[in-house]
Ligand binder design. Structure first.
Ligand SMILES: Nc1ncnc2c1ncn2[C@@H]1O[C@H](COP(=O)(O)OP(=O)(O)OP(=O)(O)O)[C@@H](O)[C@H]1O
Ligand SMILES: CC(=O)N[C@H]1[C@@H]2OC[C@@H](O2)[C@@H](O)[C@@H]1O[C@H](C)C(=O)O
Length: 391
């Protein structure tokens, strides 16, 4: 076995970042070149691919996340099966490039969140690192969250660390919003003396996707471009009630959430209530989509506007493709709302790139959590490592 010296001494590295998010739709793989570290970091995206999970894997995954249906043997199996998928995603993203697996310095994987209990300082991401290292014959890092939880943090969100390195501006107060399964935001104040603020705002696409599945009898899994929501009419009275009953919304930050709170049963209850009120499929989708929008807007207005100047908003994650969300956010916030592309960055690849950057910091033995975002008592270097056999 050839020895890998740590900390990683190379100034410029080639890496694959893997993200498998809470929407449970598949694995995103970003092939990147990263130069330097810390505030000097420069990242170039060379290729990006998503490897979709098939329907049966998605169903097994959702079952494993739900306390009512989860089984330890399935979690054990999925830990390896998902790692095989993650390894395939690495091979896929390299495929049409001029690079070989042997050119890679490392793979950095978020893992698939199975359960997240920040109050109990516990979280579980699966996708066995040893399997990825072996299949790709590449040094593999991952499982970042437990280190932050071990020092009293929520173990989430982690991407704000990278947002701060790459997108801070001294001219404008920026708010970066990620709308994936859940939605979270990062506030980058223009004054460098002020800390980054970041936390989860609530549901992203998770409830919308589930309502679409129910309404289409499983034929559709998301509202393409927000088309159905755009055809519907928001029921404002019901929306007000939904928002009033959401206790996560009024919780002070730092805070994080997941499928444990915004789960399938909640979507089912929303669907049943919508039907009881005589609403059409489109009206239910419009109202549930506005729930996501309003949780973000209320959070900005009630928890942020009074103490930090926010001039512009940038959206990343799958929600950027939902035009209903983008239009409503822009109308309601009254400030420019753009996709990450406006910052010359890929909205879709953002999180996968971020995990490559977190891996780079870890391998250079730098700290890579954001205590002001996670609530951790101190800065730590998050990550774990698996070596390939190289035979
Ligand atoms: N063309 C589209 N139109 C509308 N919505 C879309 C489109 N493409 C993706 N989405 C939405 O984005 C979701 C996936 O987003 P993303 O990949 O950012 O989530 P994730 O990374 O799994 O979640 P998280 O960031 O919470 O971990 C899909 O489930 C879907 O709801
Ligand atoms: C425990 C977990 O997987 N949390 C995710 C989830 O998806 C969005 C939001 O909730 C965020 O807190 C986090 O992911 C991103 C990548 C983060 O840590 O920044």
């Amino acid at each position: 076995m050839s020895m890998i010296s740590l900390p990683l001494q190379k100034e410029k590295v080639l890496a694959v970042g893997l993200m498998s998010g809470t929407s449970g739709d598949g694995v995103d793989a970003a092939l990147v070149e990263i130069e330097h570290s810390g505030y000097e970091t420069k990242v170039a995206l060379l290729a990006f691919e998503t490897l979709e999970y098939d329907q049966s894997l998605k169903q097994r995954l959702f079952a494993a996340c739900d306390v009512k249906t989860s089984r330890v043997d399935e979690i054990c199996r999925l830990n390896v099966e998902l790692a095989e998928k993650m390894s395939e995603a690495v091979i896929l993203v390299m495929k049409d490039t001029t690079y070989q697996l042997s050119d890679l310095d490392f793979v950095s994987s978020h893992g698939q969140t199975i359960h997240h209990l920040p109050k109990e300082f516990a979280t579980m991401q699966i996708g066995e690192l040893a399997v990825i290292a072996e299949r790709t014959q590449t040094l593999t890092v991952g499982d970042f969250r437990p280190t932050d939880l071990a020092v009293g943090g929520q173990g989430a969100p982690l991407v704000p660390f990278v947002d701060d390195l790459l997108f801070r501006s001294t001219m404008k107060g920026r708010c970066l919003i990620n709308i994936g399964g859940m939605a979270n935001l990062t506030v980058l104040p223009k004054s460098l003396d002020r800390s980054v603020i970041a936390f989860d705002t609530g549901p992203g696409n998770v409830l919308i996707d589930e309502v679409i599945r129910i309404g289409s009898n499983g034929a559709k899994h998301f509202d393409e471009a927000g088309n159905l929501a755009s055809k519907g009419k928001v029921n404002h009275e019901w929306l007000k009630e939904i928002l009033a009953s959401d206790h996560f919304l009024s919780k002070p930050f730092p805070k994080s959430t997941g499928r444990e709170y915004y789960h399938r049963d909640m979507a089912r209850e929303l669907w049943d209530e919508g039907e009881k009120r005589g609403l059409s499929f489109a009206d239910i989708v419009a109202t549930v989509t506005s729930y996501t929008v309003e949780t973000i807007v209320k959070t900005v207005e009630e928890q942020l506007d009074s103490h930090v100047e926010l001039d512009e908003f940038y959206v990343g994650g799958g929600g950027v493709h939902n035009l209903f969300i983008m239009k409503q956010l822009s109308n309601r916030l009254g400030r420019p709302v753009k996709g990450m592309e406006a910052l010359a960055f890929s909205s879709d690849a953002k999180e996968a790139i971020a995990f490559a950057v977190l891996g780079n910091e870890f391998l250079k033995q730098q700290t890579n959590n954001t205590p002001s975002a996670t609530g951790a008592k101190k800065k730590v270097s998050m990550g774990k490592i698996a070596f390939p056999s190289k035979n």
